[in-house]
Design a protein around this ligand. Structure first.
Ligand SMILES: Cc1ncc(COP(=O)(O)O)c(C=O)c1O
Length: 400
């Protein structure tokens, strides 16, 4: 898109002459790290009439969302609702409600989003103890235990599905160890909720947050969160106020959960309708069926990629069913291939983040997008894009 000349300094007078056309976004198949495509039923929910955020009708919708989220998270936690904001708002809320100045917190880092948690905890005055594993590997439980034994950590934070590497982190054992040391377990389930097995109560997770735009097939903008009573007791007995006004769970609770609801902020009504529809879809399919569908399609994708000669990046024992990372073959331009996919096939896949930029592609099969047709489409497009790259190589253009 060309830079609008009206935005040059001193040119404001021209603005009235420009005609702004209707939006006509391209219809892309979003098979990257998120957002994924919106289910048509969710899309319809977005166009329903708006009501006020304290309308009796809307309060019923809110109650149902809370019930459906408890189902999705597999929890009976009273504190369960969507935060208005993207997944990072869920992350920030989990951290800023627990951490007070000087508190020790263990952050597990084996990818881009672990790094983000560490940065957030430091900004809220936490003394961060980092437990690291190479990107593409899981965090070892022994390393977490060692960090707990040598600190007074109040909490351990870890990413369940590390979207930047395609790893699904086992949590059960880590949870047992965290609780043995009396700490809280904070889990990022942004990419796993509604796509990979997750059992908040069964695994003893104290705070778990997610996002609407991945396996729930909704638009970005909401961060479902659930908090155990144990964590809420600690949060309610803080010495100091939570530093973020907006993300303070105890004040959001008064709007989302108390019978005498009190205004906190103007909830994004249409996004909440959309989330209800996304959760209704999950409930109709059933959690176990949903997980099995993602697992089966992930396996089919991996098989197809390997048959093309591509190599999986992540440790094969811990691959995440919702996002698959493959190595970019030597001598191939990551960007050129993704451009071909986008421009010639309308398919979007993601490149690598941080230290993996240019080195991997990430293919997401999330929510509605996890189906056989999409696997065939992306494999075919990728095969053709790679052929095109091969043809560009100087050796292949030499005249006999
Ligand atoms: C694992 C993980 N955590 C956190 C986030 C941040 O979510 P958002 O981009 O919705 O703020 C993402 C986004 O992709 C993610 O994959």
């Amino acid at each position: 898109m060309a830079v609008n000349p009206c935005f040059r300094k001193g040119d404001l007078g021209l603005m009235s002459k420009k005609i702004y056309g209707e939006l006509k976004p391209p219809e892309r198949l979003l098979l990257g790290a998120g957002p994924s495509n919106i289910d048509p039923r969710v899309q319809r929910a977005l166009s329903l009439p708006i009501v006020e955020h304290l309308d009796p009708y809307f309060m019923e919708v809110m109650d149902e969302i809370v019930e459906l989220l408890r189902y999705a998270f597999k929890t009976s936690n009273y504190m369960t609702f969507p935060i208005s904001g993207t997944g990072s708002a869920g992350m920030e809320s989990a951290i800023c409600n627990v951490i007070e100045e000087g508190d020790e917190i263990i952050i597990c880092i084996s990818g881009f989003f672990g790094e983000r948690m560490s940065e957030m905890a430091q900004r809220y005055g936490g003394k961060v103890i980092e437990v690291r594993a190479p990107w593409g590997r899981v965090i070892e439980k022994e390393a977490v235990e060692d960090a707990l034994a040598n600190s007074k950590a109040k909490a351990v934070a870890i990413v369940h599905a590390e979207t930047s590497t395609g790893i699904l982190q086992p949590l059960k054992e880590i949870s047992r160890i965290v609780h043995e040391y009396g700490a809280l377990l904070i889990v990022d389930a942004v990419t796993s909720l509604g796509g990979c097995e997750l059992d908040v109560d069964g695994w003893g997770i104290d705070i778990c947050y997610s996002a609407s735009q991945k396996c729930l097939s909704c638009p970005p903008g909401l961060a479902p969160i659930t908090v155990s009573e144990r964590a809420m007791n600690i949060i309610r007995n803080r010495r100091t106020k939570v530093r973020s006004w907006y993300l303070d769970l105890s004040t959001m609770e008064k709007y989302w959960l108390e019978s005498n609801r009190v205004y906190h902020h103007t909830a994004p009504i249409l996004l909440i309708y959309a989330l209800r529809e996304g959760l209704r879809l999950l409930y109709e399919e059933g959690l176990e069926n949903r997980w099995a569908r993602h697992e089966e399609n992930h396996r089919a994708l991996v098989k197809g990629l390997e048959e093309m000669g591509l190599e999986i990046f992540a440790d094969r024992n811990y691959m995440c069913p919702a996002i698959t990372a493959v190595n970019v073959p030597k001598g191939v331009s990551d960007e050129a291939v993704r451009r071909t996919l986008r421009e010639e096939y309308n398919i979007v896949i993601s490149g690598g983040l941080g230290e993996l930029k240019g080195r991997i592609w990430r293919i997401g099969l999330m929510g509605i997008n996890s189906n056989k047709k999409n696997i065939l489409l992306v494999l075919e497009a990728l095969k053709n894009a790679l052929k095109k790259e091969e043809a560009k190589k100087p050796n292949n253009n030499k005249q006999p």
